[in-house]
Design a protein around this ligand. Structure first.
Ligand code: FES
Length: 153
């Protein structure tokens, strides 16, 4: 692990906190002893983040239930679906929501060069054929606002 100061701020890492040996920690970062470890499923943390019961699915069953997360979505109570993740998964989720008449909002994961709408590095194709900048018009969209038949940026 490499620690670097930035703008006068030094990272503060507790000796018991996990940080990957190859990580570079820069500036105003504080990690306590019980900081969550990325890549380790912590059911309590997931439930806190989700605001309720959370269920983990992995394709290989290495954590939680085995299978695709789409298999585990219960649409019986007409939920509002919130999706984030890679485009193919969001596209499949958008198809599922459209087929079942469920409302879906997605947070797209486009790379953002400038974050203020000038570089056009973050564009996604809208359902009406326009390219929209996810940094200023998103990154959260109603799924039916986007065209899932074309790859995004
Ligand atoms: S990140 Fe540059 S236009 Fe969106």
């Amino acid at each position: 692990m490499t620690l670097r100061s930035f703008d006068g701020a030094e990272p503060e890492i507790h000796e018991d906190a996990f940080v990957h040996p190859a990580a570079e920690v820069i500036g105003d970062v504080t990690l306590e002893a019980d900081a969550p470890v990325p890549g380790v499923w912590d059911p309590e943390l997931l439930e806190r983040l989700a605001g309720g019961p959370a269920e983990v699915w992995t394709e290989d069953g290495s954590a939680g239930r085995e299978g695709l997360v789409l298999e585990g979505i219960d649409l019986a109570d007409d939920p509002l679906l919130l999706g984030c993740g890679p485009d193919p998964m969001l596209g499949a989720l958008a198809d599922l929501a459209a087929d079942r008449g469920a409302e879906l909002q997605v947070s797209v994961e486009e790379h953002m060069g400038c974050g203020v709408g000038t570089c056009q590095g973050c564009v996604v194709r809208s359902a009406d054929g326009r390219w929209v900048k996810s940094c200023v018009e998103g990154p959260v969209f109603e799924a039916d606002e986007l065209d899932w038949s074309v790859p995004h940026a």
